[in-house]
Design a binder for this molecule. Structure first.
Ligand SMILES: [Zn+2]
Length: 447
């Protein structure tokens, strides 16, 4: 009797089987279903073409919330909810900039998020670093339009001029700011994005230029002749608007209180369609969960899909989620965010959980070798999952080949035609396999 009991026990836990062996058949099924799936692309197309870009506070964002919740219900997800969150409401309005002297040339520009409006005609002073700005000081900057034209290095390095350049110039009395776009130059596109004004500093107009317009302007400034630009913007920040996160689940069969989060942000900039950034990061996780449901693969733990509100200019959705679930964060196994576009996925970056979690993730990654999407590397996460990662939740971000993402990022060119359906399906497969195994495997991640 005793021997028989032990035998049964060995049978049930798959004695001697690795996670890879245990889930090989099921992961093959999941990958095959994802590669065959057409509904994910249909949903992505609807969000991009029929709802369009979705800036926080816009009417389109409100419609996107309602549509997303309806998609989750239609897909058979459980506990679908739209917990409310107040979000910033910045409005671009009309904007234009042109060189008026020594020649008249329109500039291809895109105002930065959270800037102010104004009608400025002033001399341009160019700087390539914050040191050069500080050296000019108030005497050299006040009343002028500051042009930040550092060399393009990376989003992290060059992006600093977008994030804090306008505030630093405004502090010295600048009337407006123009910057080199924080993105890889491509076909006369200007890249918008958020900028942050220090409290008490005037909120002045500030815009990014296309590489072509920047080149024209910097060559004229370098000639030593006085260069004057006319820059007009209606940008303004209204009182906070009503927004919401969108949440749906596949409840776990044995440990429903333990949760694996897969997520992306529903808001976008008001240029293009926010197709890569981050419609793909919402529909990818959603379709992954719908496929698991359709395959009848209900894991032991709960998988929760979250569409975050307001990643681009406030992270209010991520902060509200942290507060809403503060007593349940200890039961969050991992939070995965897809916010790097839907090019060919190569794997996941992981933060937290130590060597143990990294080894477990790498074991799961082996299941994705058939599509080359299983590389697990230390370090990674996402803006929206940042608040719960800081509370100790293991965080992870999807990594792709990232070949052209930074050409399209925050530009009018981030549209559905830039999404390769085959690569998008691989993203769905990757998310579905990782989420399913993490939610179903015997050991909890990191333990
Ligand atoms: Zn994004």
């Amino acid at each position: 009797m005793r021997t028989f009991g032990l035998f049964l026990l060995f049978l049930t836990i798959g004695f001697g089987q690795t996670v890879e062996e245990q889930y090989r058949e099921r992961s093959r099924k999941i990958i095959a279903a994802a590669i065959k799936d057409e509904d994910g692309m249909k949903r992505l197309a609807y969000l991009c073409d029929r709802i369009g870009h979705r800036l926080s506070g816009s009417e389109a964002f409100t419609r996107a919330v309602a549509w997303s919740a309806a998609q989750m219900i239609e897909g058979g997800l459980e506990n679908v909810s739209t917990p409310k969150v107040k979000i910033p409401h910045w409005v671009r309005g009309k904007e234009m900039a042109e060189i008026v002297s020594p020649v008249r040339v329109p500039l291809t520009m895109l105002g930065l998020g959270m800037t102010g409006g104004g009608d400025v005609t002033a001399e341009v002073v160019g700087v390539r670093s914050f040191e050069e700005l500080d050296k000019l000081g108030r005497a050299g900057v006040a009343g002028k339009i500051v042009l930040f034209h550092p060399p393009w290095v990376s989003y992290g390095v060059t992006g600093a001029f977008r994030r804090s350049g306008p505030s630093r110039a405004a502090k010295l009395g600048a009337a407006a700011v123009l910057i080199r776009s924080a993105g890889v130059p491509a076909a006369n596109s200007a890249h918008t994005g958020v900028t942050n004004f220090e409290p008490g500093v005037p909120v002045i107009p500030a815009a990014a230029l296309s590489e072509e317009s920047l080149g024209t302007l910097e060559r004229l400034v370098a000639s030593g002749e006085r260069v004057v630009v006319h820059y007009k913007s209606e940008a303004k920040t209204l009182p906070d608007a009503d927004g919401a996160n969108v949440i749906g689940e596949l409840r776990g069969s044995e440990k429903p209180d333990e949760v694996v989060v897969i997520s992306g942000h529903l808001d976008s900039w008001d240029a293009g369609q926010g197709a890569h950034d981050d419609a793909s990061g919402c529909i990818g996780p959603l379709q992954a969960l719908i496929l698991l449901k359709q395959l009848g693969l209900r894991p032991k733990r709960t998988i929760r899909v979250v569409f975050w509100a307001n990643e681009e200019n406030g992270t209010r959705g991520g902060l509200a989620y942290r507060d809403q679930f503060k007593d349940q964060l200890k039961d969050h196994v991992i939070a995965i965010e897809m916010d790097g576009g839907a090019e060919r996925p190569v794997g996941l970056g992981v933060t937290g959980g130590g060597e143990k979690a990294l080894a477990q993730m790498r074991e799961i990654g082996k299941l994705l070798q058939p599509i080359g999407a299983g590389l697990v590397t230390p370090g990674g996460g996402g803006t929206d999952i940042g608040p719960i990662m800081r509370e100790g939740v293991i965080g992870s971000g999807v990594r792709t080949v990232g070949k052209r993402y930074m050409e399209w990022h925050h530009t009018a060119a981030d549209t559905l035609d830039k999404i390769d359906p085959v690569e998008f399906k691989k993203n769905i497969a990757q998310l579905a396999v990782f989420a399913y195994v993490l939610a179903d495997m015997e050991a909890r991640l990191g333990q």
